[in-house]
Design a protein. Structure first.
Length: 375
């Protein structure tokens, strides 16, 4: 009988990503009861310590799916209205007409029109996402900075609006998810991190997933190398970093196994109910952080790179923080899954117009995804 996937081909494909320039990566592919875990390269470029598939990792904006699920649990319980204005819950953070016009749903699917706070918190990233003239100095300046979410939210709320509330295409903005964190705190009486830990992470039985309590990653993990489009050469290790700059938007630490388990349970209707899952999969066009128009639901989106005529749709989320990246995707029927973690970010150099130039890593990763999801 033909196996759903080929471990030899997967091992070759993951090695090819390392050969293309990725210091280290590790992944897990699942199809029903069959599981493949693999890794290639180094977790530490100085010592040569190898990566292994069980390492903990900063998963970046994959956190948003956890946060969206937590909010939808509160929608199911009647404590939050999905189409209620955010000003009803947080009038001081989003005051006046905007607070009346922006709904909870608009925050989750990035159609609020609220700007990204990141360029204001990190002054040398002012041109974000048009990064041709920016430098990485702010990354070092803020390694141990402890931000309070309300000061970051204020930066995004007071910045010029990116569009009318509910208008499309929306614009991907971490400001939305910091507000969702404050919303969870308002209605549950506990921090968003505590609520998500109890009601999403523990409910899913994830043993190696949690929010950081300081700048370090607890447990075995890789170093995390940031190239900042070739402006940091050699890439610098940012594995020690205070993640209060993203909080419930992107600070989660997990493993490839735990992330796969989470998405498997989510699509099985075991984290939120079937009607909430259907809402998560109802998409609108938004502009991604890379400047591309993508379809986005409620903390979940179809992985367009994996779609092809006559082939299945995959749902998931990607994530990036300084030096660390991850991607999770799951077939609509919940069976075939991939989660991959990489320990280098922004490896593409920029052309004179600030556009990322092609890099062999991009093609090698795309080939790995194809082998993982289609064989």
């Amino acid at each position: 009988m033909k196996k759903p996937f080929d471990p030899v081909a997967l091992n070759t494909a993951v090695e090819n990503v390392h050969r293309a320039g990725m210091p280290g990566l590790f992944a897990e592919v699942r199809d029903g009861d069959q599981v493949w875990r693999g890794a290639a390269g180094v977790a530490d470029a100085v010592t040569g310590r190898p990566v292994t598939a069980d390492l903990r990792h900063r998963v970046g904006s994959v956190t948003k799916t956890f946060t969206a699920a937590a909010v939808l649990q509160q929608v199911e319980s009647g404590r939050i209205g999905l189409d209620s204005p955010i000003g009803r819950y947080l009038p001081k953070l989003v005051p006046g007409e905007r607070g009346d016009a922006i709904t909870v749903r608009m925050l989750i699917n990035h159609t609020s029109g609220l700007a990204e706070y990141l360029p204001y918190a990190y002054p040398s990233l002012k041109a974000f996402p048009a990064l041709a003239d920016t430098g990485p100095q702010s990354l070092d300046d803020h390694r141990l900075t402890r931000f309070h979410p309300t000061e970051l939210i204020e930066m995004g709320v007071t910045a010029p609006a990116t569009g009318a509330p509910g208008g499309t295409p929306g614009l991907y903005s971490n400001t939305n998810y910091l507000l969702l964190g404050q919303l969870l705190e308002q209605v549950t009486g506990t921090t968003a991190e505590q609520y998500i830990t109890r009601n999403v992470i523990e409910r899913a039985g994830l043993r190696d997933t949690g929010f950081p309590t300081g700048p370090h990653v607890d447990g075995p993990h890789s170093q995390m190398y940031e190239a900042w489009f070739g402006m940091i050469d050699p890439p610098r290790d940012y594995s020690v970093y205070d993640m209060s700059w993203v909080g419930p938007a992107a600070s989660l630490i997990s493993t490839v196994t735990d992330v796969n388990r989470f998405f498997g349970l989510l699509l099985a209707g075991e984290i939120v109910g079937p009607s909430s899952l259907a809402r998560m999969q109802r998409t609108v066009p938004i502009v991604s952080q890379e400047g591309k128009i993508i379809e986005y639901g409620l903390g979940l989106h179809p992985m367009e790179a994996m779609e092809a005529p006559g082939q299945e749709t995959y749902w998931g989320h990607g994530g990036t923080v300084w030096g660390a990246g991850s991607l999770a995707m799951i077939r609509a029927d919940g069976k075939r899954q991939l989660t991959v973690a990489v320990n280098l970010q922004r490896w593409n150099r920029l052309d004179s117009a600030g556009r990322p130039q092609p890099h062999p890593i991009d093609d090698a990763l795309a080939a790995f995804y194809r082998v993982a999801m289609y064989g």
